[in-house]
Write a protein of this length. Structure first.
Length: 603
């Protein structure tokens, strides 16, 4: 499996900072767990040594100048972030460089071994190099320089049909996918750890960037755009081919209804919540009480952007200023496969954010309109027919997008075979939806109602005690959570003395992970996505078929990732097994389990 041809490209398709199960592949393990296993102190010592071997290999062999992408062929001949990457690149977007850096620093906290700190330090310095002059970070950085990066955007990036954020190079920084937030958090942790001044200036610039990007005044006050500073050449409309399939309905709506979307108030991927979290960490760890004002403004922005009843939810993004006959604060369309609509998963996330805001402030205003949001979510469930007739909706409770005014589900589709002859559109038809952007979401409405009832029923004394533990209440600095890679840190984890549960890992599980390293000092993992190599732009020749409608990739000129076991039903594609490779996400997940093991109480 290690001698894969250049035609095979693969990367693990994961969400940022998800705690994955331990990954060791039977074909990859060369050490046997048979015989008498060490116990107690001996097994802990062996586990720490194995962790050190794995970290040393990642730092010294896998990384490029301390930076990481998402996945690698075992011989490192080809590398991938969310798309194919050059070897000279690092991916700032999790689960890339910051994710591995947090894991390394966590391993140092768990063991006290200097090898982990040195590796984390090197990764932090890679992020210092990748930091843009404005103080934030792009999704990616190329250590080979600007010319090499622009070449990547013009070739691989420009031909990833479903990855619109990589189709154009704007030279500015992004808050999307927690890229800037995750990088800034690691820089903060490294500075707090030893007061290293090499990280101090980068930290100051990151804080300044977050503050400079925050909208001031009007309905958008306190919110953040997806990218900053504004790039005046940003794309405001995706192409709509003149020649379209004869089966395409005539009344469909298509892409970017509100024009260039990166300057709207952004809730997608919890942009606002991630920035609040970073600023609160600075309040806690640095005593930066001047940041409390921007935090409170951001909280008020989220509360203010909730729409009037009966559709009392939120969209992925909202207009930062009025446009034509639409007021500032109205839900807006974003990428061409994100119509102007309310979104159920964003509403769930924002309700959970309001719960956190109440825990941090004790202010009942943050709970005031939660029942309206929950009633709206109750009103727009998927129908049983929609679920039965679309396999991609199995296990989902709600549509992703809900039309403004009518409260009807809106579904996104596409036609064509690549970015040059195809396009996205949306209508009310629940069939043949996208596989790469789910048409349905699993909303835990019962859990949200229970969370609301628990908070709303707290006594004044309980609320006062909770508020006293908040970094917003002033007082002595509050230590940052000790571990960042075990699970995603929530705002409520920043309360003083907040518990942070550790993974429960048995002796047998730890031994299996250690054995999985074999004599290679790294884990090999099945990678569940592959990509086509860049071989030039796709054809403009119309494609009237439907083979690519519900697949993650188009024709062979599309550089988007897809599942090799479920390719389009169009030659020369054919199902094949997932290749084995080195995964940054799997490394972080496996190390999290070993950290849980070596920190568990004795006995």
């Amino acid at each position: 499996m290690e001698n894969l041809s250049r035609r095979t490209f693969s990367r693990l398709a994961v969400t940022p900072l998800i705690a994955l199960p331990a990954v060791t592949h039977p074909a990859a393990a060369s050490a046997s767990t048979a015989g008498t296993a060490p116990t107690g102190t001996d097994q802990r010592t062996e586990t720490v040594r194995a962790m050190s071997r794995a970290a040393t290999y990642m730092d010294g062999t896998v990384s490029y100048r301390g930076g990481y992408v998402w996945n690698y062929l075992p011989d490192l001949s080809v590398t991938w972030g969310e798309m194919e990457a050059k070897r000279t690149m690092c991916w700032v977007q999790p689960p890339g460089t910051p994710s591995v850096g947090h894991s390394l620093l966590d391993a140092y906290h768990a063991t006290g071994e200097e090898v982990f700190y040195r590796a984390a330090e090197r990764t932090g310095l890679a992020l210092v190099d990748a930091q843009l002059p404005v103080g934030g970070w792009n999704y990616i950085h190329d250590f080979a320089g600007e010319k090499s990066l622009r070449d990547w955007y013009a070739t691989i990036g420009a031909n990833g049909w479903r990855l619109e954020e990589f189709q154009h190079y704007y030279g500015n920084a992004t808050f999307d996918d927690a890229g800037t937030s995750a990088a800034a958090q690691l820089i903060l942790r490294l500075y707090v750890e030893r007061g290293d001044r090499r990280f101090e200036r980068a930290l100051d610039r990151a804080i300044g960037f977050v503050l400079a990007a925050q909208f001031g005044g009007g309905a958008a006050d306190g919110g953040w755009p997806q990218r900053h500073p504004a790039h005046h050449g940003s794309v405001s409309r995706m192409p709509w081919p003149e020649r379209r399939p004869p089966w395409l309905p005539g009344d469909v709506t298509h892409g970017m209804e509100d024009g260039e979307y990166t300057q709207h108030v952004t809730f997608n991927d919890d942009v606002l919540g991630e920035n609040i979290k970073f600023l609160l960490m600075c309040v806690s760890a640095l005593g930066r009480h001047d940041l409390i004002g921007p935090v409170r403004r951001a909280m008020e922005c989220l509360r203010r952007m909730q729409q009037p009843g009966p559709q009392a939810g939120w969209g992925l993004q909202h207009l930062s200023r009025s446009k034509h006959d639409r007021p500032a604060g109205a839900p807006s369309g974003a990428r061409s496969y994100e119509p102007r609509a309310l979104t159920t998963h964003t509403t769930q996330t924002n309700v959970q954010q309001l719960f956190h805001y109440f825990r941090l402030t004790g202010d009942h205003r943050y709970l005031g309109r939660v029942p309206e949001a929950l009633d709206w979510l109750e009103s727009c469930r998927l129908t049983q027919r929609q679920i039965d007739e679309n396999p991609l909706l199995t296990g989902r409770t709600h549509p992703t997008f809900v039309e403004l005014g009518t409260n009807r589900a809106r579904f996104v589709h596409r036609f064509g075979s690549n970015i040059r002859n195809g396009a996205y559109y949306h209508d009310h038809d629940h069939h043949d939806t996208l596989s790469h952007y789910s048409a349905g979401r699993s909303i835990d409405l019962a859990g949200l109602r229970a969370g609301y009832e628990q908070l709303a029923s707290m006594s004044p004394a309980e609320v006062a005690a909770m508020r006293a533990r908040s970094p917003l209440s002033g007082g002595a600095p509050i230590p940052l959570p000790r571990y960042f890679s075990l699970r995603d840190i929530q705002l409520s984890d920043l309360l003083r003395d907040a518990p942070l549960p550790m993974p429960v890992v048995s002796d047998a599980e730890a031994a299996a992970l250690v054995a999985g390293l074999g004599d290679r000092d790294h884990w090999l993992t099945p990678l569940d996505a592959v990509t086509n190599p860049y071989e030039g732009p796709g054809t403009r020749r119309p494609y009237d078929g439907k083979a690519y409608m519900s697949k993650n990739v188009g024709d062979l000129r599309d550089t988007s990732p897809y599942n090799p076991q479920d390719p389009p039903a169009e030659p020369p594609y054919r199902p094949r097994e997932a290749p084995l490779g080195i995964s940054s996400a799997a490394y972080v997940a496996n190390m999290a389990k070993l950290i849980g093991y070596v920190t568990r109480p004795a006995g």
